[in-house]
Design a protein around this ligand. Structure first.
Ligand code: UD1
Ligand code: BG6
Length: 371
């Protein structure tokens, strides 16, 4: 049921304040004033010790689910101190990459049925790793065959391009980082700030959704383009990949997410006055590096669209021709949840304006159950 929306993708983008609330329900604990706030993931509580002791955590997934894990990687590394590596499921299988008994392998999959991810799960089970699932589908193959896991509880997602599952997956993995991180004193203030940020996140998503008309206007400007680049780094490298994936999947426009730190090692050659480039430059530890990326792209006459934190337009805009998307600022590790929303809206409006099928893009399937 699409309610008053024209497409499922549009509905699912707009219901993210609610889906995120459901994802967090009963899992964030705010006790009395003297007791620290904490996170309770029922499905993991008996396994946290083993996960903390593992030699490495490996995230495994495909498509949007891989990108969600990439967004959560920095905070998991920071709070757990355990090395975290990333695997695209098919690539792990192609290489038969090493997976050990001392590893925790975390399988991220909205459907819980993706063939590549399932085969990688079988491979990790055969190699003796602790296998954890993060899925939206109770009773799915990944939920059944992992040792433990967390349901993201985002509600059914119908649009082939994943939107609300992406943001709920990130939130679950931030909660996972808090749960694995335990309660060391040195991280207490950081942990509490993140938990407060999680409580407030649905409100902030409601705020960023108000950019809908602005993103429709931007889509009108980009309607006839051949290509769109998206630059991000740190927490928002994933935002760049996921924003580009949305545009590619549904608007059928070539789009590439680029790690801004790699700009000089190739992508800079593409920059001219015609190619539109989105630069994600919201406030975090990478902000000044992104400011210099903007300067360098501007020096090559790049056609820039900069995403920045509210109030920062003047400090990021190289001249008045540069378009700016201002978004609410949240805790750095939660910022990818906010930043992806305008890009979801952009992809949606581009698709409608270009006259393509939003909910069932050409050649794609919601759940890829064959290899
Ligand atoms: C569970 C209940 C929820 C109830 C809550 C109350 C289910 C599905 N969930 O939620 O309805 O409100 O207790 O305390 O009945 N699992 C995997 N692999 C996965 C995902 C999950 O093995 O990929 C396992 C978990 O380890 C856990 C079980 O499935 O044993 C349920 O997981 P989850 O729904 O996340 O647990 P709770 O949030 O505790
Ligand atoms: C398909 C979907 O390719 O599978 C994508 O079209 C999705 O939207 C990918 O990201 C992975 O799916 P899942 O269910 O494993 O998260």
């Amino acid at each position: 049921n699409k309610g008053h929306y024209e497409h499922y993708m549009q509905k699912e983008i707009n219901e993210q304040p609610e889906s995120l609330t459901t994802t967090m329900r009963g899992r964030l604990i705010r006790r009395g004033s003297n007791i620290p706030k904490s996170v309770l993931l029922g499905g993991l509580k008996d396994h946290l010790k083993t996960i903390r002791r593992s030699r490495r955590i490996v995230f495994i997934g495909c498509g949007t689910s891989y990108n969600a894990a990439l967004a959560a990687r920095p905070i998991l590394e920071e709070l757990s101190g355990v090395p975290v590596t990333m695997e695209i499921a098919s690539d792990l299988l192609d290489r038969e990459g090493p997976i050990y008994r001392e590893d925790t392998a975390i399988f991220v999959s909205q459907s819980g049925e993706t063939a590549d991810t399932l085969l990688a799960l079988q491979y990790a089970l055969d190699n003796g790793a602790l296998c954890v699932g993060i899925t939206n589908t109770v009773g799915s193959a990944i939920a059944r065959n992992t040792h433990c896991g967390v349901h993201i509880n985002a509600g059914a997602e119908i649009g082939v391009a994943s939107t609300k599952a992406y943001t709920s997956q990130i939130v679950v993995m931030v909660m996972l980082a808090l749960a694995i991180g335990g309660d060391t004193i040195s991280y207490q203030a950081r942990r509490e700030a993140i938990i407060d940020g999680l409580f407030d996140l649905p409100n902030k998503v409601r705020e960023v959704l108000k950019l809908d008309q602005e993103m429709k206007d931007l889509a009108k400007q980009l309607i006839a383009e051949q290509s769109l680049l998206v630059f991000g780094r740190g927490y928002n490298y994933a935002t760049a990949l996921e924003g580009a994936l949305k545009v590619k999947e549904v608007a059928l426009m070539h789009s590439e997410g680029i790690l801004a730190g790699e700009m000089k090692h190739g992508p800079l050659a593409l920059v001219d006055e015609n190619l539109p480039i989105v630069v994600v430059a919201t406030r975090d530890a990478c902000f000044s590096k992104q400011q210099s990326v903007i300067q360098q792209l501007h020096a090559r006459k790049g056609r820039l669209i900069v995403m920045c934190s509210k109030g920062d337009a003047a400090s990021v805009r190289p001249n008045e021709h540069c378009r700016v998307i201002e978004v609410p600022q949240v805790e750095d590790c939660l910022q990818p949840v906010i930043n992806v929303v305008p890009l979801q809206l952009l992809a949606y409006h581009l698709t409608v304006l270009r006259g393509y099928n939003v909910d069932q893009p050409r050649n794609l399937a919601k759940s890829v159950t064959t290899q």
